[in-house]
Design a protein around this ligand. Structure first.
Ligand code: PLP
Length: 380
């Protein structure tokens, strides 16, 4: 946790404003992260994945530093434009779009769209004539703690047909994209995906389609409980893979970091509401916080994302606890299959700090389930 966040939380407490949980994001950390990505992958353009944290302060900072933006909806496009990005620095990277949203994006000046099937290409040809498209290919995401499953992308062989159709319908077949899975701990995960992308490049070239760009997605991890390799190691490994699969004809490349850009910039402060046991013999305590799955911690869904939690009693003896949120939904439990060790001296009213919560938290916070207001956020 940075000094700036510590001081902010101290002041908030001293003014008696700490009655609800909050997320505090240190923009200096976001600034450092952007510079780290730019240095580690100097030949790739950064398209920040807006979904990770679309706060105007984050978007304006990144826009001022020269970042481009990967967006998933018209609303995100409008946020990126409002933050100062020009349309040529914005991609509409969701493979699932309504035709009227494509038309709206096109009217806003967006010319770069993702696709993964013929039907989506047809929509774009009608609603965004002449636009550039890149086709997302499927990837199995092994090694990722938050895999993105088979929901997005198509087989590489099909990608060639999809891009061929794009050309025939007057679009510009621009490139290939993939995502190696979020919180990807393996620095080598991009190697096989780039091998697949290079095959599509060659197969397209045989049909007279010359692709220009590989979008290497997000996946760069942030530190939760376990350490993760530094971005520079990902950069080196990706560069080696590009040389291996594209030789000296490396195409234009894009990266779309979300979690890796903002995750470690944020801390959530939460309060212990209740500590109890389910029977006198139980060893495991239930610790209920004033934030849970519906307050922003949705990524604990299958317990794969394990946040680091600091308490005022760090250093004391620890025992396993089930950690749960405050709402009346019994699904609002954060860690139960793998109970979370917390100090035996933990007390009701203690403030806990949940680290690495700058990404995929504030946007998952629901509007007033059980009358609990959405997560209060501060960007400092
Ligand atoms: N790009 C696309 C198309 C995505 O869907 C996502 C996440 O869902 C990202 C980038 C960001 O991924 P990450 O947060 O793992 O960097």
């Amino acid at each position: 946790m940075t000094e700036r966040i510590q001081e902010f939380l101290r002041n908030r407490r001293s003014e008696g404003l700490d009655t609800e949980p909050c997320l505090v994001v240190d923009l200096e950390v976001v600034r450092d992260n952007y510079q780290t990505f730019s240095k580690a992958l100097p030949d790739s353009r950064v398209f920040y994945a807006v979904k990770a944290n679309p706060a105007p302060e984050v978007l304006s900072l990144l826009a001022s530093m020269g970042s481009c933006f990967d967006t998933a909806t018209v609303a995100e496009i409008e946020m990126a434009l409002a933050a100062g990005a020009t349309p040529d620095r914005i991609s509409y990277g969701n493979t699932i779009k309504k035709e009227r949203d494509i038309a709206r994006a096109f009217a806003l000046g967006i010319r770069l769209f993702s696709v993964d099937c013929a039907a989506e290409v047809e929509k774009i040809a009608r609603a965004a004539p002449g636009a550039k498209v890149f086709c997302r290919i499927l990837y199995d995401c092994a090694g990722a703690e938050w895999p993105l499953s088979r929901k997005f992308g198509c087989d590489p062989e099909m990608a060639v047909d999809v891009l061929d159709l794009a050309k025939r319908l007057g679009l510009e077949p621009y490139g290939i994209s993939f995502h190696v899975g979020s919180q990807q701990r393996k620095v080598k995960a991009w190697d096989r995906a780039l091998a697949m992308a290079s095959t599509v490049f060659r197969d397209c070239a045989e049909r007279g389609i010359n692709l220009s760009m590989v979008n290497m997605g997000g996946g760069f991890p942030t530190k939760y409980l376990r350490d993760v390799p530094p971005v520079v190691q990902y950069g080196r490994s990706i560069f080696r893979a590009l040389r291996k699969h594209f030789g000296n004809q490396i195409p234009e490349t894009i990266i779309e970091p979300g979690r890796g850009m903002v995750g470690n910039a944020g801390i959530i402060e939460t309060e212990v509401v209740l500590i109890s046991k389910k029977s006198d013999e139980d060893e495991v305590r239930w610790v209920y916080l004033d934030i849970g799955k519906f307050g922003g911690l949705a990524e604990t869904m299958d317990e794969s994302i394990r946040y680091a939690i600091r308490t005022p009693h760090d250093g004391a003896e620890m025992t396993p606890c089930v950690l749960a949120g405050p709402t009346c939904d019994s699904a609002d439990v954060l860690y139960e299959k793998m109970p979370y060790p917390l100090p035996v001296t933990l007390e009701i009213g203690d403030k806990l700090l949940i680290e690495g919560t700058g990404a995929y938290t504030s946007t998952y916070s629901s509007v007033a389930f059980n009358g609990i207001p959405p997560l209060r956020t501060y960007h400092i």
